[in-house]
Design a protein around this ligand. Structure first.
Ligand code: ATP
Ligand code: MG
Length: 274
C-alpha cells in the first residue's frame, strides 16, 4: 500500500456544473468526508442558496449565524467561522437563502468576480491548516460560480450518466477557459466524475464510453453508482459514509478520494521534476 504524503498547500477545488441535480452536493459532502477519513482536513464552503450541503451535514438553518454570504459581504478582515460536523476533520461554512441576492449585490462591484478569492486568500495564511477547501457551487454559471472558479486551484465536474450528459459541458469548459485566460491563469480541471451510473441500464454504459472517448484522461476511473443510500443520507443529516459506510455509493466515494489524492500526488511530482 502506498503512503500518500500530505500537501504543502491548501488546495481549493470548486465542484461545479451548471446543470441541476447532477450530484455536485452529494460529491462535495461525501468526497469531503472520504478525504477527512484519510486524515486530510477539509473545509466545505456551501455557496448554493439552496443550502443542501449545509442541511445534509446537519447544520440547521437556525444555527447558520456565519454563512458564505457573511464571508463574501459582511466579514471583518481575517474573519472566517466554520461549523464542525459529525465527521472529524470536516468543517463547513453553510449557506442560507440570503445568498440568492448575491449576484445583484455584486454586480456594481469592480472586484465582483474576485470577492471569494480576496476573502479566502487573505484568510488562508492565518487559518487552522486545511488540506482542502471544497466549494459546492449552485446549478448556474452565475457570479457565485464564477467567484468559485476565480478562487479555486481546480474544478471538479460531476457528470450524470444520462443521455444529455455532454450537453452543457462545453459551455462550462468555455467558462473555465475564460476564467483561465483572465483572472485565474492557474485554474486546472481536476477531473470529470461520472455520477448516478446504473449498471442495469445500457444507456449508462454508452454514456460512459462516449464521455471517456471524448474527454480521455480528464475522466476519473472511479464511477459513482446510482445508490439509494446516497440519496437517503441527507435526510438523516449525515454523509452516506456515516449513514452506511459499506454501501456501494460510500465505497465509490472512498475510491474517488483515493484517486484524487493519487492524481494530485502525480501532478505535484511531475511539476517538481519538470
Ligand atoms: P443542484 O444542482 O440542485 O445543486 P446537485 O448537482 O448538487 O443538485 P445533488 O443534490 O447531489 O445534485 O443530487 C441530486 C439528487 O440526486 C439528490 O436527491 C441526491 O440525493 C440524489 N443523488 C445524487 N447522487 C446520487 C447517486 N449516485 N445515487 C442516487 N441518488 C443520488
Ligand atoms: Mg447542490
Amino acid at each position: 500500500m502506498s503512503v500518500i504524503e500530505p500537501y504543502r498547500k491548501t488546495k481549493i477545488i470548486a465542484i461545479a456544473n451548471q446543470k441541476g441535480g447532477v450530484g455536485k452536493t452529494t460529491t462535495a459532502i461525501n468526497l469531503g468526508t472520504a478525504l477527512a477519513a484519510l486524515g486530510r482536513s477539509v473545509l466545505l464552503i456551501d455557496i448554493d442558496p439552496q443550502g443542501n450541503a449545509s442541511t445534509g451535514l446537519g447544520i440547521l438553518p437556525s444555527e447558520r449565524s456565519f454563512t458564505s454570504y457573511d464571508l463574501l459581504f459582511r466579514s471583518r478582515p481575517d474573519e472566517l467561522k466554520s461549523y464542525t460536523t459529525s465527521v472529524p476533520g470536516l468543517e463547513i461554512v453553510p449557506a442560507t437563502s440570503d445568498l440568492s441576492s448575491a449576484d445583484v449585490e455584486m454586480v456594481q462591484d469592480p472586484r465582483r468576480i474576485h470577492k471569494m478569492r480576496d476573502k479566502l486568500h487573505s484568510r488562508i495564511p492565518n487559518m487552522v491548516k486545511r488540506d482542502f477547501i471544497l466549494i459546492d457551487c449552485p446549478p448556474s454559471l452565475n457570479l457565485l460560480t464564477i467567484n468559485a472558479l476565480v478562487a479555486a486551484d481546480s474544478v471538479l465536474v460531476p457528470l450524470q450518466c444520462e443521455f444529455f450528459a455532454l450537453e452543457g459541458l462545453s459551455q462550462l469548459m468555455r467558462t473555465v477557459q475564460t476564467v483561465k485566460a483572465g483572472s485565474n491563469p492557474a485554474l486546472k480541471i481536476e477531473g470529470i466524475v461520472l455520477t448516478m451510473f446504473d449498471r442495469r441500464n445500457n444507456l449508462s454504459g454508452q454514456v460512459e464510453s462516449d464521455v471517456r472517448e471524448n474527454l480521455g484522461e480528464l475522466v476519473y476511473e472511479t464511477v459513482i453508482p446510482r445508490n439509494v443510500r446516497l440519496s437517503e443520507a441527507p435526510s438523516h443529516a449525515v454523509p452516506a459514509l456515516i449513514y452506511d459506510h459499506s454501501s456501494s455509493g460510500s465505497v465509490a466515494y472512498q475510491k474517488l478520494a483515493g484517486e484524487l489524492l493519487a492524481r494530485l500526488q502525480r501532478s505535484e511530482h511531475m511539476a517538481e521534476t519538470a
